[in-house]
Design a protein around this ligand. Structure first.
Ligand code: MG
Length: 164
């Protein structure tokens, strides 16, 4: 358990391979595409990176330790369960969201039209006002595997504030 401090920062990163025959789920949204994340769960890089950012801020291990990818229980899992568990731990530790900043890296399709819905999903799951959540999306300039459409990646930085 983390020592109680007024503010704590956390960082999360995730990447999944994109393959034909899988759904692409980004921030809780099903995004139409010719490929999706080849992952044990639904492969939602946004929810995985945010979960790790919250756990990081709390100094409580990482998503892989909490939800092992060799556990059949999490096969095809809706990644909302991971964010909900991280949020429960945050609340138990006496923290609320200061703010969250997310960057999704995907060559195509463009995520711009989906950003408001992803923000709303995150704010609802984390129990905070939408003004505390930002979602940015960018391509990888056609460079490397992400830029060639073989993978999707996400970075998340979060600030937690001690409640009351
Ligand atoms: Mg992941």
């Amino acid at each position: 358990m983390a020592e109680s401090q007024p503010i704590r920062i956390g960082h999360g990163f995730d990447l999944h391979r994109l393959e034909a025959g899988h759904k692409l789920v980004v921030g809780g949204l099903h995004v139409q595409h010719d490929r999706g994340a080849d992952a044990h769960s639904d492969g939602d890089v946004v929810y995985h990176a945010v979960t790790d950012a919250v756990l990081g801020a709390l100094a409580q291990d990482d998503i892989g330790q909490l939800f092992p990818d060799n556990d059949p229980k999490w096969r095809g899992a809706d990644s909302t369960v991971f964010v909900k568990e991280a949020t429960r731990r945050m609340t138990d530790a006496g923290y609320v969201i200061g703010n969250l900043d997310v960057t999704v890296i995907l060559q195509r399709p463009k995520l711009g039209p989906h950003k408001p819905a992803i923000r709303a999903n995150l704010a609802a799951l984390l129990g905070c006002d939408i003004s505390r959540v930002n979602v940015k999306a960018k391509t990888h300039e056609r460079v490397d595997a992400v830029g060639q459409g073989h993978a999707i990646a996400c970075h998340a930085v979060i600030l937690l504030m001690q409640q009351g």
